[in-house]
Design a protein around this ligand. Structure first.
Ligand SMILES: NC(=O)c1ccc[n+]([C@@H]2O[C@H](COP(=O)([O-])OP(=O)(O)OC[C@H]3O[C@@H](n4cnc5c(N)ncnc54)[C@H](OP(=O)(O)O)[C@@H]3O)[C@@H](O)[C@H]2O)c1
Length: 386
């Protein structure tokens, strides 16, 4: 292959990745795929991205745009075309029927049910090139591949911090750390995610609603409170706000006061979700005092797995305080971070005994995938290195 073709393939795959990114929040739990088709002369004649589940995949949308012009042409597709009947027929059949001569694939399929597409295309006489060196595509499909291999959702932690890295302000200062433009970005993200996770500390301190307001919503996130001892007040705003289901993830220690509180919360509209510890692990939960307990890393993992299996949660945004954030980082359950730093804030003195979320993030060595400004705030989006 010539250097020109090699570079051209990379550029076209990057273009396909940009198109796929527009589908974030629409395609999941399917991967958001992008596809570009050029005719035999190299002119782009079709583009597509995966639509909502049951809707067309990227290849089908691009083939529809290209129509007969696809014959003898090339398709650049960010993920190996599917080879199975799911909610829609296999994309490989459509590619073969369209007479496409060459397919460049940015990432092989990791879901075994849908794989085998490249072999089918080769068997049909189509030239298939696999390019796994395109960074934009590795980042794009990292969440999908991770979910297939771990059975866990892609966890994005979001927080707003002062210039010194604190998540709370002193008592005499406004509790709002980030500005209105950052808040709007957060609401947009909430409207694209399957679930929002918070901790009982945040519920008690801030009484948040955790819904997506004044933005176009692609989905309505369920709201999950990590509340081991069911201390959420039945009067909490989150229970009174229209939005996704509210799930209270707790232990079930069999005590009567626990059941009484659960019953009051169920009456207020919450779903109580006791998460069991793996046998013999209860002692490692680090139970404090008489009432409170923490989830071990294993139990936290079980919670996330239940959210995938029972609630179809592919992507999850955390909006919690430093306590739960620390637990998530320590359990290696964070995949990405969206951090808003208010540059013009004053700080309280920080005790070096407890690491700041920014220290934990630095230790995780994520790679920055986007950074910019929202008003007075600096915004950095980072994720696990692909
Ligand atoms: N700036 C921001 O983006 C932002 C966002 C949300 C909240 N906040 C602020 O954060 C403060 C609240 O902080 P926080 O740390 O208390 O809130 P949190 O992280 O939402 O909740 C902490 C609670 O979760 C518990 N917890 C921690 N790890 C756990 C685990 N593995 N399993 C079960 N429970 C676990 C803690 O237990 P222990 O009691 O045992 O530690 C504590 O009760 C408030 O001032 C709020 O305004 C800021």
């Amino acid at each position: 292959m010539s250097i020109e073709t090699h570079d051209h393939d990379r550029r076209m795959l990057e273009r396909a990745a940009r198109r796929a990114l527009r589908g974030h929040g629409e395609a999941e739990p399917n991967p958001s795929v992008g596809c570009i088709i050029a005719n035999a002369d190299g002119r782009v004649v079709g583009e597509g991205r995966t639509r909502r589940p049951g809707g067309p995949h990227a290849e089908i949308e691009a083939i529809r745009h290209a129509a007969d012009a696809a014959r003898g042409g090339t398709a650049w597709v960010t993920l190996e075309p599917c080879n199975h009947h799911g909610r829609t027929p296999p994309c490989v059949d459509a590619i073969i029927a369209a007479g496409i001569a060459r397919v460049v694939v940015g990432s092989p399929e990791s879901n075994r049910v849908a794989s085998g597409g490249m072999d089918r295309l080769r068997d049909a006489g189509i030239e298939v090139v696999v390019r796994q060196d395109v960074k934009a595509i590795q980042r794009l499909h990292a969440s999908f591949h991770a979910r297939v291999s771990t059975g866990l959702p892609w966890v994005v932690t979001k927080w707003a911090e002062t210039s010194g890295g604190e998540l709370s302000t002193p008592p005499d200062v406004s509790p709002w750390i980030s500005g209105p433009r950052s808040l709007r970005m957060v609401h947009r993200e909430r409207g694209r995610i399957d679930a929002i996770l918070t901790g009982i500390g945040t519920i008690l301190a801030d009484d948040p609603r955790l819904d997506a307001r004044e933005v176009r919503r692609r989905r309505t996130p369920i709201r999950v409170i990590v509340d081991p001892d069911v201390e959420t007040p039945p009067t909490a705003s989150i229970l009174k706000t229209a939005g996704g289901q509210v799930i209270i993830a707790c232990r079930d220690d069999g005590r009567s006061e626990f059941h009484a509180r659960s019953a009051r919360l169920t009456a207020a509209g919450a779903t109580i979700l006791p998460i069991q510890e793996a046998a013999g692990k209860e002692a490692s939960d680090g139970v404090r005092g008489t009432l409170r307990g923490r989830f071990s890393a294993g139990r936290m993992r079980s919670l996330l797995r239940r959210l995938v299996e029972d609630y179809e949660v592919a992507t999850l945004l955390t909006e919690c305080g430093p306590g739960l954030l620390r637990s998530l980082f320590e359990a290696d359950l964070v995949d990405a971070a969206l951090v808003f730093t208010a540059m013009a804030t004053t700080d309280v003195a920080h005790s070096p005994a407890t690491p700041l979320p920014r220290d934990l993030l630095q230790k995780a060595s994520f790679e920055t995938i986007w950074s910019g400004r929202r008003g007075e705030d600096r915004v950095v989006w980072s994720q696990r290195s692909a």
